[in-house]
Design a protein around this ligand. Structure first.
Ligand SMILES: [Zn+2]
Length: 406
């Protein structure tokens, strides 16, 4: 099959795998993810990215958009790109920018410590990182981290930078139900409408989540063929809501699947395909709301179109990004339809070979590019230091007592 395209990741979060389970969104951010973002250093971010990228390659992912947001100095951004490239996959480090603390961010209690750079510095660092990665398998994209809380001028300038270089750009958009509400209150316009009015949709625009769009936004996202990362596992894990998949696909928006950091606990595009379907069916109480063909399409071709790479097809002249999946194990028998086996039955352990750009990067013995034991050992050692420095010991209880206990 064509290699998977993971359209929204935060690879460094794999350093925190297994932590923060069962928390409300606000403490999850303020007591867990923000302290980590403030504490994490270059070596830790690179170790996490390498671990995540290795897991990606092992599970048949050949391309990833890594929305990297901590730390985001030039050296760390480049180190993360190097770490991803070291396992042989291609991709883009979408360098998360917060810029100057906005009134919106202050009003809604976002951690001020995250806003480290001026808008001008953010653009300067991103531009320098894009220069350094020009022409490499893992490049850099501008990424105003969350359009709801970013300064509008920074968003505008970041997108102009992407357009000048012919690169994609990335942001979180309307992920929480309150996002468009707050935006409307502050700016008197909905976020996707603002992008449309400014002529900033399409042309490399990729929006993560996009759960809460109204009808006009859906129409405009389709009209401009804007890319949207559907992240069904994180949408369920964080109890965010259900994306308007039917409406967005019908409008012409380009939908890929994304795993969105460590909230899925396993970097697993097979599980993501299955969840992409089941979530839509349960929500709409409609067994034909999505299907295996659509899930495989989004996980491969949709993602390739979103990243504007010539992949997602097994055909002469296309990028040779391929995953070879073994469907001969007993739990695949009887294999009436390979498609159903791939989408509903297969797991990352079934991936036998991964090929990126015509090069075998995973074979039956594992990664051909890096020492897997070393990658895991380094990440494990550095993760312990990070958890300690970020003050996350309180998350390590083996059994957290709560109201759901029986
Ligand atoms: Zn995200």
């Amino acid at each position: 099959m064509p290699g998977f395209v993971d359209t929204h990741q935060h690879l460094f979060q794999y350093m925190l795998r297994g932590l923060g389970e069962g928390m409300e969104l606000w403490p999850w951010l303020s007591d867990f993810m923000w302290p980590v973002s403030a504490a994490i250093n270059l070596e830790e971010a690179a170790a996490g990215a390498r671990l995540g990228a290795l897991e990606a390659a092992r599970s048949g992912v050949t391309s990833v958009v890594d929305n990297h947001y901590a730390p985001t100095d030039l050296d760390s951004t480049i180190a993360v790109a190097d770490a991803i490239q070291s396992v042989g996959i291609r991709g883009a480090v979408a360098r998360g920018m917060l810029g100057e603390l906005t009134e919106m961010a202050r009003k809604h209690g976002l951690a001020g410590s995250l806003f480290q750079y001026t808008n001008a510095e953010e653009l300067e660092i991103t531009s320098a990182a894009m220069d350094q990665r020009e022409g490499q398998a893992v490049g850099v994209w501008p990424s105003p981290l969350n359009i709801i809380y970013n300064d509008q001028q920074l968003v505008h300038d970041a997108i102009v930078l992407a357009h000048e270089r012919g690169s994609g750009w990335h942001t979180h958009c309307s992920e929480a139900e309150t996002d468009p509400v707050f935006y409307l209150e502050e700016y008197n316009v909905r976020p996707a409408d603002w992008l449309y009015d400014e002529g900033l949709l399409g042309n490399g625009a990729t929006l993560a989540h996009g759960i809460f769009f109204d009808d006009r936004e859906v129409e405009r996202l389709g009209e401009t063929s804007t890319g949207i990362a559907y992240c069904p596992v994180s949408h369920q894990y964080a109890a965010l809501g259900v994306m308007r998949l039917r409406d967005l696909r019908a409008s012409g928006a380009v939908i890929g699947l994304g795993l969105d950091g460590a909230s899925g606990h396993r970097l697993d595009m097979f599980a993501c395909m299955k969840q992409a379907i089941l979530l839509q069916r349960a929500y709409h109480k409609d067994p034909v709301a999505s299907n295996a063909e659509e899930a495989l399409y989004m996980a491969t071709r949709g993602g390739a179109e979103y990243m504007r790479i010539d992949a997602g097809y097994l055909a002469p002249g296309r990028l040779a990004d391929v995953a070879v999946v073994d469907l001969t194990k007993p739990y695949h028998a009887p294999r009436h339809r390979a498609l159903a086996s791939l989408v509903y039955t297969a797991n990352p352990g079934d991936v036998k070979y991964t090929v990126a750009g015509g090069k075998v990067i995973v074979d039956e013995h594992g990664s051909t590019e890096v020492d897997e034991g070393e990658v895991a050992a380094e990440a494990t050692a550095r993760a312990a230091e990070l958890v300690d420095r970020a003050g996350l010991d309180f998350l390590l209880d083996p059994w957290r007592a709560n109201s759901l206990d029986t």
